[in-house]
Ligand binder design. Structure first.
Ligand code: UTP
Ligand code: MN
Length: 500
């Protein structure tokens, strides 16, 4: 049995200031009551950690009682910890979080109780399973990308590249089902920390259908897929791929041009009957530059430039890098930022002010500004694949090589000292920040599955603006991404683990 470290009564009376710890003063987290297990931790370390937690606003109980919500232990033997816990005969033991020290350490670092994840739990190995039941396998892969951790390291690129071609081809032909199926399959394979070397290894994986497995088998046997090769050499696929690589040209326009018999950029530019909109004109003008990937160093340099501009306009501004670069990608097709200010409403003039300043600096090569159409009264939106309603601008900026550490990511033989780069800025009201950040961090597949998970598993609607609980008929507030994951009952997935 554990007993609280005894404080001699005499001392308590004589030196109250030292002996009586002001336990409820400065409490920040009323719902969380910690208990640190002294076994293995030792008394002095336990005292130290107790003081630390209390100084950060946590309640730490000296005695293990039914009040306690989180038990933290450094015991390495789960079975002996659980044996001891059961001997304590707590009524609420089944609802107590029994955690290893990693949860405590992370919570101290964050200055608040972090969401409990399975990796923090000290599992009860003494748990007796009901007769006839089998223990659930530990490492099942979820069909939802938001329940998987996917870094930029892809161990199955030979398969996922092939799936991407197939998915894109279905997209060009407007066949939604198989297109999504191949995207989901690619996403599952990307999440694996191992390479698939035989078809048998995919047995327990979700989202892999007959067609996907047939393609994988071909690749495993012959090193390539004949179906994919056929598509890659198909004139229609090649042309649509080429046309949609131009900024401002979507599948619809590409298809229209293809039907007219156009096959190359010179065909398009020579055709007098074709009217290019402003975006497409800049797309062609800067094609060489903006079709080449943007490097991390270039993204960092742009961040500095935008940062300076934004903070000159309003010192309190909040700027965050989002999109692929926030997920830790080395290269991207553009650089995405969220900008806002703590002052609600002030964000409305923010983008126009930024655009003015970029123009003044002579680095604005193209700008399409879309004013906000956000109206809180129109939420929730059931069309959750739709674009969001925040003010945003799609830019092409001139980036000087001298401002990029290690120089520009340039084509060989290009001796100019600058390049054009695509930049997107989006400006949500600050109370929508967490939703906008989550939505714009991506990946697209991760977002799609977050929304699908919310809808199917939780009867909730999630988009870039809000989270709505259809059962409770209310919006769920969030100031951080972690709040949103917590509302959805999902383990928090770091941005660099969202490369689904
Ligand atoms: P991007 O198309 O920029 O993708 O959209 P990315 O992940 O950064 O990859 P690359 O490297 O640029 O190609 C970033 C995220 O922003 C969301 C997309 O869903 C994606 O997850 N987004 C984009 C929106 O939510 N709304 C938009 O209007 C545009
Ligand atoms: Mn991007």
């Amino acid at each position: 049995m554990f007993h609280a470290p005894n404080v001699p009564r005499v001392r308590k009376r004589l030196r109250p200031a030292e002996a009586v710890v002001p336990r409820r003063e400065g409490v920040k987290f009323e719902d969380v009551r910690l208990y640190l297990v002294e076994r293995k931790m030792g008394r002095s370390r336990r005292n130290f950690l107790t003081q630390l937690a209390r100084s950060k606003g946590f309640i730490v109980e000296d005695v293990l009682s039914d009040e306690v919500t989180h038990v933290v232990s450094e015991e390495s033997q789960a079975s002996s910890l659980w044996k001891w816990l059961k001997e304590c005969a707590l009524k609420n033991l089944p609802s107590v979080h029994v955690l290893d020290i990693s949860w405590f350490t992370e919570s101290m670092r964050e200055g608040r109780p972090v969401a409990v994840e399975t990796r923090h739990l000290v599992q009860d190995t003494l748990l007796t399973l009901p007769e006839g039941s089998t223990p659930t396998p530990v490492a099942t892969v979820s069909q939802y990308a938001c329940q998987r951790r996917t870094t930029t390291e892809n161990n199955n690129k030979i398969f996922t590249d092939a799936f991407e071609v197939l998915a894109e081809n279905y997209e060009f032909n407007e066949i939604e089902g198989p297109c999504q199926a191949f995207r989901r399959a690619a996403s599952v394979l990307k999440s694996l920390p191992w390479a698939v070397r035989c078809l048998g290894a995919t047995q327990d994986l979700p989202c892999l259908g007959e067609h996907t497995k047939a393609v994988m088998e071909e690749i495993l046997q012959h090193g390539r897929s004949f179906e994919v090769e056929r598509i890659l050499s198909d004139e229609r696929y090649q042309t649509l791929k080429l046309f949609t690589s131009v900024f401002g040209v979507g599948p619809k326009t590409a298809e229209k041009w293809y039907r007219r018999g156009l096959r190359s950029f010179s065909d398009i530019l020579a055709d007098r009957s074709i009217h290019l909109n402003r975006m497409q004109q800049s797309g062609f003008l800067h094609y060489e530059d903006i079709s080449r990937a943007v490097s991390k160093a270039e993204a960092r340099s742009l961040r500095n430039i935008i940062d300076e501009v934004v903070h000159a306009i309003t010192p309190a501004a909040i700027l965050a890098l989002t999109g692929g670069f926030r997920r830790g990608k080395e290269f991207g097709h553009d650089v995405d930022f969220i900008v806002t200010t703590p002052e609600l409403g002030r964000e409305e003039t923010l983008l126009p002010d930024i655009i003015d300043e970029l123009k003044k600096q002579g680095i604005l090569l193209y700008c399409e500004y879309q004013a906000s159409t956000f109206d809180i009264a129109k939420l929730p939106s059931c069309r959750f694949e739709a674009m969001d309603h925040y003010a945003k601008c799609f830019l092409i900026l001139r980036l000087e090589g001298s401002q990029v550490e290690g120089g520009l990511h340039r084509a060989e033989g290009d001796s100019r000292g600058w390049r054009a780069v695509r930049v997107d800025l989006v400006s949500p009201p600050v109370d929508r920040y967490a939703f906008a950040l989550l939505g714009w961090t991506g990946s697209r597949q991760f977002e799609r599955d977050l929304r699908r998970f919310a809808q199917v598993k939780r009867r909730m609607l999630l988009d870039n603006h809000a989270l709505y609980d259809k059962t409770k008929k209310e919006f769920l507030a969030a100031t951080t991404e972690k709040d949103i994951f917590a509302h959805l009952g999902l383990e928090y997935i770091e941005p660099w683990q969202r490369n689904a």
